[in-house]
Design a protein around this ligand. Structure first.
Ligand code: PMP
Length: 283
């Protein structure tokens, strides 16, 4: 694979960042994952808007213009012949002697990007549907900032795997926040789509925004509010959204089937609508 590191394209085996990179020492870095469909970028503008917001919240500077970031994304997709998959982009505060204080203003940020090819539309998990376990949400209080501080989400996913499930839904003060790396939804018995409202408690999913817009346009009733695991267990359907899972149905939570325990019509329809729109709007 050809990857991008700080101004240079190189083979992945030659890509290097400093051991003093603040991303490495302090998780002082933010990231974005953009889906690639048919060699084009899905909702690139949305991801760049969130990138800028994350950087601002952490008092970090954009390493380059959005046009330049777009050019690099496109160059990597072409260099690696990515038809379907993703691009990972990480921007750290830069490299400086280890110090809890931020490095001096003007320390250049470090930008890294690489591609991963994989089926996204015909993903095996999306075809099958997910088994979820619930776990306490013990992450920090600014989950709206997309930092690389992913140890707990990684532990949660690992715990889910060890329990024979696919992922975890995280619970804070009795209410579901989100999945380890996706937003969480239920469909009530009267057909309403429920998902937690935006706050510091969850990542403001780019897919979430698109799916809620498309669902409203398609006539679904939306409720942005918190829900409990008990309510999810009694729901007709449950699903998640993220840039690389689109809309993926949840079949089971903590060993209890949701609805009929199969991919429900709302999850199925939303996935179709989302893919149709994503393919059409990709750039
Ligand atoms: N929540 C969390 C914690 C995530 O890590 C992700 C994926 N990055 C999402 C939600 C979904 O966000 P998006 O739709 O922008 O991929």
């Amino acid at each position: 694979r050809t990857v991008y590191v700080n101004g240079q394209y190189c083979p992945e085996t030659e890509a290097k960042v400093s051991i003093f990179d603040r991303g490495y020492l302090f998780a002082d870095a933010i990231y974005e994952v953009t889906c690639v469909l048919g060699g084009k970028l899905v909702d690139f503008d949305g991801h760049m808007a969130r990138l800028q917001r994350s950087l601002q919240e952490l008092d970090m500077t954009m390493p380059m213009s959005i046009d330049e970031l777009l050019a690099i994304h496109r160059k990597l997709v072409a260099a690696n012949n990515v038809d379907e998959g993703l691009i990972y982009m990480q921007i750290s505060r830069g490299s400086a002697d280890r110090d809890f204080n931020f490095p001096p203003k003007g320390t250049p940020p470090v930008a890294v990007m690489f591609t991963q090819s994989r089926p996204v539309i015909e993903s095996p998990l999306a075809k099958r549907g997910l088994k979820i376990i619930s776990l306490p949400d013990i992450r920090w209080g600014r989950r709206d900032i997309k930092t690389v501080q992913l140890l707990y989400p990684s532990m949660a996913k690992n715990a889910a795997y060890q329990a024979g499930a696919d992922d975890a839904w995280l619970v804070q003060d009795g209410y579901v926040t989100e999945a380890s790396s996706a937003n969480a939804y239920i469909v009530t018995t009267d057909g309403k789509i429920v998902t937690r409202k935006l706050s510091f408690d969850i990542l403001h999913g780019i897919t979430r925004a698109a799916v809620l817009r498309l669902a409203a346009e398609s006539g679904y009733t939306l409720e942005e509010r918190s829900f409990t695991i008990e309510e999810a267990l009694a729901a007709k359907e449950a699903f998640i959204t993220s840039a690389t899972s689109f809309v993926t149905a949840v079949l089971e939570i903590d060993g209890t089937a949701i609805g009929e325990g199969v991919i429900g019509p709302v999850s199925k329809r939303l996935r179709e609508i989302y893919i149709e729109q994503a393919v059409a709007a990709a750039k």
